[in-house]
Design a protein around this ligand. Sequence first.
Ligand code: PMP
Length: 295
Amino acid sequence: MNYYNSETIIYHNGAFVKAADTKVDLYGQSLHYGYSVFEGIRSYKTANGATKIFKPVEHFDRLKASAEAIYLPYTYHSQELIDATYEVLKRNNQQDAYIRPVVYAPANMSFAPNTESFIVIETWEMAPFLGDKLLKVVTSSFQRPNAKAFKIHAKAAGHYVNSIMASQEAKRKGFDEALLLDIYDHIAEGPGANMFFEKDGVLHTPQLGNILPGITRATVFEICNELNIPVVEGSYTIDQLKEADSAFFCGTAAEVIGWESIDDTVFPKAWKNTLGAKVQQAYTNLVHEKNDSSK
Ligand code: PMP
């Protein structure tokens, strides 16, 4: 995938510069130890043709919270970064895009605290997802990191070694994606998405504590509230999931994507008849600022 070309503009420490001309320090603590934080955000071309970043305040506030959680100095303001992101999108002539801010540490081979950090905001084209493909999901042999070993609510780069291993293992086994359990063998989340399942007209999702508190997950709660879909948080086992009527992942990149199966168990409900499909439609309308319920 070509994320950038010789003309692509990024925001780097207060300046709009060409990605191809930018240097990072090969002696950086972030590169050596995975000690950085990041966000995954999207912008959409909305129904009236404007470019809109979806929930930018929530994402940049989480970036700050992630940095503070791992003791990385953070001197940026959400609104300043939102303005900078719109400018990057404009300069790159992008509307439907994925936005990746990273806050990283200076050269520091020790574990001593840093007195400064750096920020980059990169964007690349990402077409809206159509949502018709269903995923074959497999229970991962990897657990999500122990919440007493990592600040699992922070979006810290190092956590994603766990995600990459789980996702690659799933694909090697012939599945589309992994589902990770927590240290108590309860369902946690996917490598880069939260999950919900439907049982007897109710949506269920793993409670907070051992998962990333997703902004899309919070949006699904808002949608359910609006559509009068009952939704509850709890602790669930794989056996409970295998009795479910349907299931889906949700996340900024994944949006809302239905599952065909978990391990060898195929979900009985046709996706188009599920609560997930209703949520998916409402989510698409929301990010595109479309008021009608037709696609
Ligand atoms: N869990 C993990 C581990 C993730 O990486 C993501 C993607 N940020 C999510 C859940 C979903 O979060 P969000 O809806 O905020 O994108």
